[in-house]
Design a protein around this ligand. Structure first.
Ligand SMILES: [Ca+2]
Ligand SMILES: [Ca+2]
Length: 161
């Protein structure tokens, strides 16, 4: 039965069973799940004559033995120009400055840390931020004080960097 080969068909004995089957006439299903063939925390389901593995995320293959190369499967999985590193069962995004999150999908609001000094106004932007400095101050963080005697302008203005 079940594609097994028996040397003596008449008695049904001495059978060589196909994979997944056992018993004198190959009529009995083998419960492969007893031997835990599914790797990396996959769940095993016994079926008639076979079994199947339901792989955990990050693994693939009949027995979930192969790591999924997420970086190759999805070149844009790490966002905003961040580098992707494949690791067993997962992947790692190395975010460039200004972004955070599992996939570097989140813009960091640098203004939360109040980086603009001397009453400068902070403007968050995607991947960066800038400071609109108060009068007489300049620099990326408005940390440089201008000489008041040489500045003919009045009122606040945005100083370039
Ligand atoms: Ca991987
Ligand atoms: Ca930002």
């Amino acid at each position: 039965m079940n594609n097994g080969t028996c040397h003596n068909q008449q008695t049904g004995s001495n059978c060589s069973c196909a994979a997944g089957w056992t018993g004198e006439t190959c009529a009995a299903d083998i419960n492969e799940c007893i031997t835990s063939p599914c790797m990396h925390n996959a769940s095993c389901t016994n079926t008639e004559g076979s079994y199947s593995c339901n792989c955990s995320v990050g693994w693939e293959g009949n027995n979930c033995e192969n790591d999924v190369d997420e970086c190759s499967q999805n070149a844009s999985i790490c966002m905003h120009g961040s580098a992707c590193t494949d690791v067993d069962g997962s992947y790692i995004c190395n975010c460039i400055s200004g972004f955070e999150g599992r996939n570097c999908e989140t813009d960091i609001d640098e203004c939360q840390s109040a980086p603009c000094l001397n009453n400068g106004t902070c403007n968050n932007s995607i991947g960066s931020f800038n400071c609109a400095c108060a009068q007489n101050f300049t620099g990326t963080n408005c940390d440089k004080e201008l000489s008041t005697s040489t500045d003919p302008l009045s009122g606040s203005k945005l100083m370039g960097t």
